[in-house]
Design a protein around this ligand. Structure first.
Ligand SMILES: C[S@@+](CC[C@H](N)C(=O)[O-])C[C@H]1O[C@@H](n2cnc3c(N)ncnc32)[C@H](O)[C@@H]1O
Length: 174
Protein backbone atom coordinates (compact mmCIF):
# COMPACT_ATOMS: atom_id res chain seq x y z
CA UNK A 1 0.00 0.00 0.00
CA UNK A 2 2.81 2.43 0.96
CA UNK A 3 4.62 1.56 -2.29
CA UNK A 4 1.46 2.31 -4.28
CA UNK A 5 1.02 5.72 -2.60
CA UNK A 6 4.68 6.60 -3.20
CA UNK A 7 4.42 5.51 -6.85
CA UNK A 8 1.25 7.58 -7.38
CA UNK A 9 3.01 10.55 -5.78
CA UNK A 10 5.98 10.25 -8.16
CA UNK A 11 3.75 9.84 -11.22
CA UNK A 12 1.78 12.98 -10.25
CA UNK A 13 5.01 14.86 -9.60
CA UNK A 14 6.34 13.83 -13.02
CA UNK A 15 3.07 14.74 -14.78
CA UNK A 16 3.02 18.15 -13.09
CA UNK A 17 6.55 18.79 -14.41
CA UNK A 18 5.54 17.78 -17.97
CA UNK A 19 2.51 20.10 -17.82
CA UNK A 20 4.77 22.92 -16.56
CA UNK A 21 7.12 22.55 -19.54
CA UNK A 22 4.24 23.39 -21.89
CA UNK A 23 2.43 25.99 -19.78
CA UNK A 24 5.19 28.24 -18.42
CA UNK A 25 7.36 30.82 -20.17
CA UNK A 26 10.58 28.96 -19.28
CA UNK A 27 11.11 25.47 -17.83
CA UNK A 28 12.51 24.74 -14.36
CA UNK A 29 16.24 24.65 -15.10
CA UNK A 30 17.90 25.82 -11.89
CA UNK A 31 21.13 27.79 -11.61
CA UNK A 32 24.09 25.45 -10.98
CA UNK A 33 25.00 25.36 -7.27
CA UNK A 34 28.63 26.34 -7.96
CA UNK A 35 27.55 29.65 -9.53
CA UNK A 36 25.11 30.74 -6.80
CA UNK A 37 27.72 32.31 -4.51
CA UNK A 38 29.18 34.39 -7.35
CA UNK A 39 25.72 35.59 -8.36
CA UNK A 40 24.92 36.76 -4.82
CA UNK A 41 28.28 38.59 -4.60
CA UNK A 42 27.42 40.52 -7.77
CA UNK A 43 23.80 41.47 -7.03
CA UNK A 44 24.90 44.73 -5.35
CA UNK A 45 22.61 44.19 -2.36
CA UNK A 46 22.65 46.06 0.94
CA UNK A 47 20.58 45.68 4.12
CA UNK A 48 17.77 47.89 2.76
CA UNK A 49 17.35 45.94 -0.47
CA UNK A 50 14.19 44.08 -1.44
CA UNK A 51 14.97 41.26 -3.85
CA UNK A 52 12.50 39.51 -6.14
CA UNK A 53 13.28 36.34 -8.07
CA UNK A 54 10.74 36.17 -10.92
CA UNK A 55 10.36 32.48 -11.74
CA UNK A 56 12.16 31.47 -8.56
CA UNK A 57 12.16 27.70 -9.17
CA UNK A 58 13.07 25.96 -5.90
CA UNK A 59 14.18 29.33 -4.41
CA UNK A 60 17.88 28.43 -4.34
CA UNK A 61 18.96 31.99 -5.22
CA UNK A 62 16.91 33.47 -2.36
CA UNK A 63 18.13 30.78 0.04
CA UNK A 64 21.76 31.48 -0.82
CA UNK A 65 21.11 35.22 -0.54
CA UNK A 66 19.82 34.97 3.08
CA UNK A 67 23.01 33.14 4.11
CA UNK A 68 24.88 36.37 3.34
CA UNK A 69 22.12 38.93 4.05
CA UNK A 70 19.80 37.38 6.69
CA UNK A 71 17.78 40.59 7.17
CA UNK A 72 16.91 41.33 3.56
CA UNK A 73 13.29 40.87 2.53
CA UNK A 74 12.89 38.74 -0.56
CA UNK A 75 10.02 37.45 -2.65
CA UNK A 76 9.99 34.48 -5.01
CA UNK A 77 7.30 34.26 -7.69
CA UNK A 78 6.74 30.83 -9.21
CA UNK A 79 3.87 29.50 -11.29
CA UNK A 80 4.71 25.79 -11.67
CA UNK A 81 3.44 23.47 -8.95
CA UNK A 82 6.53 21.29 -8.35
CA UNK A 83 9.16 24.05 -7.97
CA UNK A 84 6.64 26.14 -5.99
CA UNK A 85 6.17 23.33 -3.45
CA UNK A 86 9.96 22.78 -3.26
CA UNK A 87 10.50 26.51 -2.72
CA UNK A 88 7.87 26.62 0.06
CA UNK A 89 9.41 23.61 1.79
CA UNK A 90 12.98 24.86 1.53
CA UNK A 91 12.20 28.36 2.82
CA UNK A 92 9.55 27.49 5.43
CA UNK A 93 11.78 28.49 8.36
CA UNK A 94 12.81 31.85 6.95
CA UNK A 95 10.32 34.64 7.66
CA UNK A 96 12.09 37.08 5.34
CA UNK A 97 11.49 34.95 2.26
CA UNK A 98 7.99 34.98 0.82
CA UNK A 99 7.07 32.53 -1.94
CA UNK A 100 3.99 33.25 -4.05
CA UNK A 101 2.37 31.01 -6.63
CA UNK A 102 1.73 33.56 -9.34
CA UNK A 103 2.40 34.50 -12.93
CA UNK A 104 5.37 36.88 -13.12
CA UNK A 105 3.34 39.08 -15.49
CA UNK A 106 0.65 39.75 -12.89
CA UNK A 107 2.90 40.00 -9.83
CA UNK A 108 3.13 43.22 -7.83
CA UNK A 109 6.84 44.09 -7.86
CA UNK A 110 6.45 47.76 -7.04
CA UNK A 111 8.56 47.62 -3.85
CA UNK A 112 11.50 45.80 -5.45
CA UNK A 113 14.96 47.36 -5.38
CA UNK A 114 16.49 44.34 -7.15
CA UNK A 115 14.87 41.85 -9.51
CA UNK A 116 16.69 38.66 -10.42
CA UNK A 117 15.59 36.58 -13.43
CA UNK A 118 16.81 33.45 -15.15
CA UNK A 119 14.40 33.22 -18.06
CA UNK A 120 14.54 33.13 -21.87
CA UNK A 121 15.46 36.11 -24.13
CA UNK A 122 11.93 36.32 -25.57
CA UNK A 123 10.49 36.40 -22.04
CA UNK A 124 12.92 39.20 -21.17
CA UNK A 125 11.61 41.19 -24.15
CA UNK A 126 8.05 40.89 -22.81
CA UNK A 127 9.01 41.39 -19.18
CA UNK A 128 11.20 44.50 -19.33
CA UNK A 129 8.50 46.95 -20.56
CA UNK A 130 6.21 45.69 -17.77
CA UNK A 131 8.93 46.17 -15.15
CA UNK A 132 9.59 49.66 -16.45
CA UNK A 133 5.93 50.52 -15.82
CA UNK A 134 5.61 48.81 -12.43
CA UNK A 135 8.94 49.53 -10.71
CA UNK A 136 10.68 52.54 -9.28
CA UNK A 137 13.21 54.33 -11.44
CA UNK A 138 16.58 53.00 -10.38
CA UNK A 139 15.46 49.42 -9.69
CA UNK A 140 18.12 46.94 -10.80
CA UNK A 141 17.07 44.04 -13.02
CA UNK A 142 19.73 41.34 -13.08
CA UNK A 143 19.26 38.67 -15.72
CA UNK A 144 21.36 35.54 -15.67
CA UNK A 145 22.73 34.58 -19.12
CA UNK A 146 19.97 36.10 -21.28
CA UNK A 147 19.65 39.62 -22.66
CA UNK A 148 16.70 41.65 -23.83
CA UNK A 149 17.90 42.47 -27.34
CA UNK A 150 15.85 45.69 -27.38
CA UNK A 151 17.76 47.26 -24.49
CA UNK A 152 21.32 48.27 -23.85
CA UNK A 153 22.49 46.74 -20.58
CA UNK A 154 23.93 48.99 -17.88
CA UNK A 155 26.61 46.40 -17.21
CA UNK A 156 27.56 42.83 -18.15
CA UNK A 157 29.32 40.83 -15.46
CA UNK A 158 31.21 37.71 -16.50
CA UNK A 159 31.15 35.17 -13.70
CA UNK A 160 34.36 33.25 -13.35
CA UNK A 161 32.90 29.73 -13.50
CA UNK A 162 33.39 26.46 -15.36
CA UNK A 163 29.64 25.72 -15.18
CA UNK A 164 27.89 25.46 -18.56
CA UNK A 165 25.03 27.70 -17.43
CA UNK A 166 24.99 30.75 -15.21
CA UNK A 167 28.03 32.37 -16.82
CA UNK A 168 26.96 36.05 -17.11
CA UNK A 169 24.84 38.60 -15.34
CA UNK A 170 23.24 41.22 -17.54
CA UNK A 171 22.31 44.25 -15.45
CA UNK A 172 19.69 46.84 -16.39
CA UNK A 173 18.98 49.93 -14.29
CA UNK A 174 15.35 50.94 -14.92
C1 LIG B 1 15.14 28.65 -15.66
S1 LIG B 1 14.14 28.44 -14.21
C2 LIG B 1 14.97 29.50 -13.05
C3 LIG B 1 14.76 29.08 -11.61
C4 LIG B 1 15.45 29.95 -10.57
N1 LIG B 1 15.21 31.36 -10.78
C5 LIG B 1 16.94 29.70 -10.57
O1 LIG B 1 17.65 30.61 -10.99
O2 LIG B 1 17.40 28.63 -10.17
C6 LIG B 1 12.68 29.41 -14.66
C7 LIG B 1 11.54 29.28 -13.67
O3 LIG B 1 10.55 30.24 -14.01
C8 LIG B 1 9.26 29.66 -13.84
N2 LIG B 1 8.33 30.39 -14.71
C9 LIG B 1 8.30 30.36 -16.07
N3 LIG B 1 7.32 31.16 -16.53
C10 LIG B 1 6.73 31.72 -15.44
C11 LIG B 1 5.66 32.64 -15.27
N4 LIG B 1 5.00 33.16 -16.34
N5 LIG B 1 5.32 33.01 -14.03
C12 LIG B 1 5.97 32.49 -12.94
N6 LIG B 1 6.99 31.61 -13.05
C13 LIG B 1 7.37 31.22 -14.28
C14 LIG B 1 9.45 28.21 -14.23
O4 LIG B 1 8.44 27.38 -13.69
C15 LIG B 1 10.85 27.92 -13.66
O5 LIG B 1 10.80 27.41 -12.36
Amino acid sequence: MVCLIISIFFVLFFLAEIVAIFTTDAPFVPIPEETLEKIIENLKLDNNSILYDLGCGDARVLQKMVEKYPNIKSVGIEIAFVPYILARLKTRKNKNIQIKRQNIFSADVSDATHIFVYLYPEVMEKLMPMLEKKCWKGTLVISCDFEDKNRKPTEIIHLDTLAKRGKRLIVYRL
